[in-house]
Design a protein around this ligand. Sequence first.
Ligand SMILES: [Zn+2]
Length: 77
Amino acid sequence: MKTEVRVNELSCPFCGNNNYCGVNSSSPCWCFESKIPNALVELLPNKLQHKSCICKNCINSFNTHPAHFKKSIQLKP
Ligand SMILES: [Zn+2]
């Protein structure tokens, strides 16, 4: 099977877990109501910004320990 290189809008760009984004479902996604800190979005490479949702987990850990979160993220190039 061939691996496609594309943005998976269903997985969190930071941790790769399911972000439970409702972008493809009929009900509005939780992320519409959730405030994602700009500083957190800025940690993403440009091409990933506003493409896929960041999961609640990552938002929470960023809010709790921004410095620790920055160290722990492993972005794929
Ligand atoms: Zn995440």
